[in-house]
Ligand binder design. Structure first.
Ligand code: ADP
Ligand code: MG
Length: 337
């Protein structure tokens, strides 16, 4: 026995090494990648996942987005919570979603009303992106503006109450909310890395570096790239949805003060944040506010941003200055002042 002991120990170690190697090879061979494209939330969506549960995770992203769209956030789906809220003036918000409604309310006040989730009626008047696009009459806009205003909505943590005639519209926050829900789900799945893009809002999930392109405003392809760790990135731009009438371009991001498309000297704003909801909300709010006030708002929320103005000048917040590379030389970066 005593003489055999070292030998059996060696054997055991060899066996252990073999088992570990086999497990390693198994893991490498079973690391899968999976991609999925779909349409939800009125936009094109795509998911790319790697990891043992790649396929299930990609399908989960679609399921979460579609469910949120149809059953919770859409103001056109008769099954949705927001539809019921707009119809009845009151809706119970499930606890799992209450943080998002708190964030939206906070962002309304912090942005001085630039982000306002009650512009549904005014969006309907303009009908941008639908068959009913038109420039509304001034008195129509005024009447719709009188009914709007997130200060008229009350969320007590459980129930949302809005006055008759007010239309809650989640268009500027919904994709970000979906990204936060997807990230939460991935926390308990075997996901190594994922890139989930819902229209202009993107979740980068997992270890290591990611490269994200910033779309060329009004053009095809990208004019810059951002090199980032995991986070959420959201872009709002005037080139995304618009129509032209008598040589004037009318786009879908509205200035809640005027009821007309925001005209702050910017063509696109990209916001980087750990929170999908915040990145989505703030990209819209910053677009309305313009460069200086937009920068101040991002600072308040601890977010970083890239602003592109109508003169093709790119302005970047300090925290991501060294993460941005301009790839299209018709754009120039603003020199530090
Ligand atoms: P997209 O949905 O194209 O990614 P945004 O995230 O900027 O763009 O959201 C724009 C949508 O949000 C509009 O289509 C409209 O439904 C709504 N919206 C427009 N202006 C505002 C605003 N100032 N505050 C909040 N929501 C807005
Ligand atoms: Mg948005």
């Amino acid at each position: 026995m005593g003489i055999n002991a070292p030998r059996s120990k060696k054997l055991l170690i060899a066996l252990l090494v073999a088992v570990l190697a086999a497990a390693g090879i198994f893991l490498i061979l079973t690391q899968k990648e999976y991609s999925l494209d779909f349409m939800a939330m009125d936009t094109y969506d795509s998911v790319k996942v790697s990891g043992l549960e790649a396929k299930a995770a990609a399908e989960k992203a679609r399921e979460i987005t579609e469910n949120l769209d149809v059953n919770v956030l859409s103001r056109h789906s008769e099954k949705s919570l927001i539809y019921a809220l707009n119809r009845d003036g009151k809706a119970k918000i499930p606890t799992e979603y209450s943080q998002y409604f708190n964030t939206m309310t906070g962002a309304f006040y912090e942005s001085g009303g630039a982000f306002d989730f009650t512009l549904g009626k005014i969006s309907d008047l303009w009908g941008i992106g639908t068959d009913n696009e038109r420039v509304p009459e001034e008195d129509e806009i005024k009447a719709a503006l009188d009914k709007a205003g997130a200060d008229k909505a009350v969320f007590d943590g459980g129930t949302f109450t809005v006055p008759e005639g007010l239309s809650v519209d989640m268009g500027a926050a919904g994709k970000g909310i979906a990204l936060d829900e997807i990230r939460k789900a991935y926390g308990s799945m075997l996901v190594r890395r994922a890139v989930v893009s819902l229209g202009g809002s993107i979740l980068l999930y997992g270890k290591g570096d990611f490269t994200v392109g910033i779309q060329t405003p009004g053009g095809s392809g990208y004019m810059a790239v951002l090199n980032l760790k995991q986070c959420c990135v959201s872009t709002s731009g005037s080139y995304e949805r618009y129509f032209e009438k008598d040589g004037v371009r009318y786009h879908h991001i509205l200035d809640p003060e005027t009821g007309y498309p925001a005209d702050s000297g910017l063509v696109s704003v990209t916001v980087v944040s750990d929170s999908g909801t915040l990145s989505d909300i703030l990209s819209t709010a910053c677009f309305v506010l313009g460069l200086e006030n937009g920068k101040a708002l991002c600072e308040k929320f601890g977010c970083e941003a890239v602003f592109i103005d109508i003169e093709n000048t790119v302005h970047v917040t300090d925290g991501i200055k060294d993460k941005l590379e301009i790839t299209d030389d018709t754009y120039r970066i603003e020199e530090s002042r």
